[in-house]
Design a binder for this molecule. Sequence first.
Ligand code: ADP
Length: 178
Amino acid sequence: MNIEVWQGDITELAVDVIVNAANETLLGGGGVDGAIHRAAGPGLLRECEQLPELRPGVRCPTGEVRATGGHDLPARHVFHTVGPVWRDGRHDEAALLANCYWQSLRLAEQMGLESIAFPAISCGVYGYPLHQAAVIAATETMTWQKSHARPSRIVLVAYNAAAFKIYQQALANAGPAP
Ligand code: ADP
């Protein structure tokens, strides 16, 4: 099992791909999306603008993922995924969030990538409770690694010390019983 928790700014990671918690427009936003666009430079926005719109303003529906290059980032690629907006937990939020992880892992495998880093998708402006999102992140990544060789290195990025602890706990709880 090679899933690690790392605390810091995801834009600093020299992995094959970092995942962006984007919105459906893919035209940038605040939080980690803003940080990624700032660090990647204007080429990232230009590439996102070229991605086809499925309907007006929607380049990536919630739960799906789109790939771009990493531009000025140390990461080679960026996967843009759109997490669910938390309402009350009864609007498919858990399944949609799980899809973000699973579809990103599947795309990484298809592209032959070895290392991937995830931020806490939906846990900022979108309001998903971090404890519950961390359980989904741990469960999806561990389940993936049991039956897939790639990506061989998965990093769950915690932006602060509290998130770091929550992720570690979620991974420990999702692991096999001793
Ligand atoms: P969402 O709209 O999906 O909720 P946000 O960007 O608002 O996305 O927040 C997602 C998570 O990313 C939050 O837990 C936030 O603390 C974290 N975050 C914000 N900036 C960074 C960064 N530079 N690196 C890693 N994580 C970040």
